[in-house]
Design a protein around this ligand. Sequence first.
Ligand SMILES: [Zn+2]
Length: 173
Amino acid sequence: MKRRSLLQGLALLPAAPLLASQAPRSLAAAPAAASVVPLDKPHSAWRELLSAEAYAVLFEEDTERPGSSPLNQEKRAGTYLCAACYLPLFDSRHKYESGTGWPSFTQPIEGHTAFSRDFKLIFPRTEYHCARCGGHQGHMFDDGPPPRGERWCNNGVALHFIPQGETPPALRS
Ligand SMILES: [Zn+2]
């Protein structure tokens, strides 16, 4: 009985910092600043470094066609970086098949993403972006698998996968 209630308590833990992070973008940047220093770079300056598709998703908040990303099939161990600034955002251990047609994760690398709210579909969705360059990555929903119950639905074109054992590129500024 005691073990069960402890586990239930642990399952509730991630919810608290998450709610605190759902502040407007300017406020959410503050907690992440301890490990990630936000870049002071205009979004338009990324255009020449990215494909047209990646730029549209990252800096014009476009959404890629479901099922279009090769990363849907990526099963190797490794790290998923922001395709713009190369900040590591997700670990392959947290990737799962959500059946949505977009690469999906149960959690991000702590402190490397930040939230804002978007009302494009009338009801509010939790948009998240790279905490360093501000590039839009995807949306977080609360219908994911336990224990966190989170589904981080990411545009594959906004990510850059580095298999385990390969040296990641240096951060881009
Ligand atoms: Zn970035």
